[in-house]
Design a protein around this ligand. Structure first.
Ligand code: ZN
Length: 259
């Protein structure tokens, strides 16, 4: 029996995939992926993300401005985000977030653009996909101030502790992890996984970024989710089939996917 998986975060818009997507999608299906969510990182990609979701049956998309790529001149594009996402069926607003590990863009600008996008997600009531590095307190403050959409959302490639996870879960957030799972060396992560599993843990690849250890040195693609599943099952001491079923259920619930 083939397992059903959902890659809740990847970047098919990447130029690294140009001309190869038919094969990459076929490979994803062969690996058991029933749905994947490709996340744009800036307004220049939104149209591409939407076209990909219209072209491939298993592809869904998420629209947003990633904190690293905020440019003042792109902010007016947020006026069209609401309509575009609603009308053309984006399943989430993302990748959006906060990152204190970088100097630019300025953190106040990051916060302003993040909260604006949170508000849009809330208004059109679709979940968010969040990037958060070194700014979990600020994330919490923003969520308390703006609120979250009904189905919450995910913090992708989550790097926080079990304690932080517990607080964010109370506000309706879940967590996706990918290649980082294959570095089986962190007690902190193991403890956190015990807290977020079963109901708040999802799989991702973040491809073409963050390849699993086993796939280093080659082009990282969504089909590599099988390595992440294997590592997650080992860390959780649960059968792969169970982790697959559980993470797929969580993804379907949060992103309203019919699989
Ligand atoms: Zn990403």
């Amino acid at each position: 029996m083939i397992m059903q998986l959902v890659d809740t975060h990847c970047h098919l818009e990447s130029s690294l995939y140009r001309g190869q997507l038919d094969g990459i999608i076929a490979g994803a299906k062969k690996a058991g992926i029933r749905a994947l969510i490709t996340s744009s990182i800036e307004p220049g990609q939104w149209e591409q993300s939407l076209s990909l979701s219209e072209k491939y049956d298993i592809v869904h998309c998420s629209l947003g401005i990633h904190p690293w790529y905020i440019r003042e001149q792109d902010i007016p594009a947020l006026d069209s985000l609401k309509d575009m996402a609603r009308r053309r069926g984006a399943v989430a607003i993302g990748e959006i977030g906060l990152d204190s590990n970088i100097d630019r863009p300025d953190f106040n600008l990051q916060r302003r653009v993040f909260e604006q996008q949170l508000a849009i997600a809330k208004e059109i009531d679709i979940p968010v996909i969040i990037h958060c590095r070194g700014a979990f307190n600020e994330l919490l403050v923003a969520i308390k101030r703006t609120g979250l959409p009904e189905r919450g959302g995910t913090v992708h490639s989550f790097s926080g502790s079990a304690e932080i996870a517990e607080v964010l879960m109370k506000y309706g957030l879940s967590f996706s992890l990918g290649g980082i799972l294959t570095y089986r060396n962190s007690r902190k992560r193991e403890k956190m996984m015990g807290v977020i599993y079963p109901d708040h843990f999802l799989l991702e690849t973040d491809s073409p970024d963050i390849p699993p250890v086993e796939a280093k040195g080659s082009l990282h693609v969504p089909a590599n989710i099988l390595y992440n599943l294997k590592a997650a099952a080992e860390i959780l001491c649960r059968p792969e089939e169970e982790v697959a079923r559980q993470t797929t259920e969580n993804a379907a619930r949060i992103f309203n996917l019919s699989l």
